[in-house]
Design a protein around this ligand. Structure first.
Ligand code: KG4
Ligand code: ZN
Length: 340
């Protein structure tokens, strides 16, 4: 099935790869007509992390109402929808299967193309949702609970992996340290809040892999251990100071390495993506660094940094235009890489 893809093409995006059930209608790749996100954060909070089996079941219950709401909020008849795009990976397999099955069923019932979307590619597109005038090459710092990478975006669909974490993801470090400090779940926003009352220079935590100024890979597991060791030695230290100092260490390496990577490829700007891109200090420091280097700094609004379906519909529109529909016998891929 082929269709002309243009500014009027309306794509339904579906996202169920982790703990957000989301659906959105986006026209022409960046005009958000509706976007609905149902978060499972409260369901998983008691367990201190996402429980895959519970996530799949919650997606199953939430997905149809979420899709229905996205269509109602858009004020369009479902016959107006030109294609259905859905995350096929990476993510939790049971969670992915709920979205992929629903998307294929809708594409079949409505007789429109199905488009499989790489969740990481979609995060890259969240910036274009708000500013379609961004110019290539761009350096994207993608920092979420599962991923930490620097990606050179040379063109639509043309990416190079420039740097990555060799152990924990940045969001994972935030979540683990917050749990250790009893700040609750999810850890990123909790540390962000706690740090507001703390001194970021109170404790000098290590900046891993920073000896070599050309190294743009990341490592966060040593930092997490450093926090644990510090608290054991200094049980009376103020939690706010620990949170602020930890956050300063993470942000310092993220900004320094993103800057180095951007310079190396001659990027026109640095774009943030992924849940950790909601971090206040990271946003502030990244903008300052970009201004100092005379390049653009683009921060998607917080709602589009974390998982949402508008970015899936946007990436789906671009994929449909470049590659056409995805065959209906495609699967779901928990470890799908961004660049193979
Ligand atoms: O992209 P995302 O919604 O889900 C995936 O991992 O794909 O990212 C979630 C991660 C969590 O680790 C959460 O703690 C972190 O993003 N996060 C933050 C903030 N808000 C969310 N980390 C630091 N500061 C924040 N304000
Ligand atoms: Zn994500």
């Amino acid at each position: 099935m082929t269709i002309d893809v243009d500014e009027r093409t309306l794509v339904l995006g579906i996202e169920t790869s982790c703990d957000e059930t989301a659906a959105a209608l986006v026209m022409g790749g960046n005009d958000i007509v509706s976007s609905v996100v149902s978060s499972q954060v409260e369901i998983h909070a008691d367990f201190g992390g996402v429980v895959p089996e519970i996530a799949s079941r919650a997606h199953l219950e939430q997905l149809n109402p979420v899709i229905a709401r996205a269509i109602v909020e858009a004020g369009v008849d479902e016959s107006r929808i030109d294609a259905v795009a859905c995350t096929t990976g990476p993510g939790l397999i049971g969670a992915l299967l709920v979205g992929v099955s629903a998307a294929k069923a809708l594409a079949l019932a409505w007789d429109v193309p199905f488009v499989g979307v790489n969740h990481l590619e979609a995060h890259l597109y969240s910036a274009f949702l708000e500013d379609p005038t961004l110019e290539f090459p761009l350096m994207v710092l993608l920092v979420s609970g599962g991923h930490t990478m620097l990606v050179e975006m040379r063109d639509h669909g043309d990416y190079a992996l420039v740097g990555r974490t060799i152990d924990d993801a940045a969001g994972e470090a935030f979540d683990k340290v917050a749990r250790f400090l009893d700040l609750g779940y999810p850890g990123g926003p909790a540390i962000d809040r706690a740090a507001l009352d703390g001194d970021p220079e109170a404790i000098r935590f290590p900046r891993a892999l920073s000896d070599d100024p050309d190294n743009v890979d990341f490592s966060f597991s040593g930092l997490k251990t450093a926090v644990v060791n510090y608290v054991r030695k200094h049980p009376d230290a103020a939690t706010a100071d620990i949170a602020a100092s930890f956050q300063a260490a993470v942000v310092d390496v993220l900004v320094t390495k993103a800057r180095t990577a951007a310079r190396r490829v001659g990027a026109t700007g640095i774009v943030l993506g992924g849940g950790v891109a909601a971090n206040s200090l990271l946003r502030e420091e990244m903008l300052g660094a970009c201004a100092a280097d005379g390049i653009r700094g683009f921060l998607p609004s917080r709602a589009f940094c974390t998982d949402n379906a508008a970015m899936i519909a946007s990436a789906g529109w671009h994929r449909l235009r470049s590659d056409g529909p995805t065959p209906l016998d495609t699967g779901a891929f928990p470890n799908l890489p961004l660049v193979s």
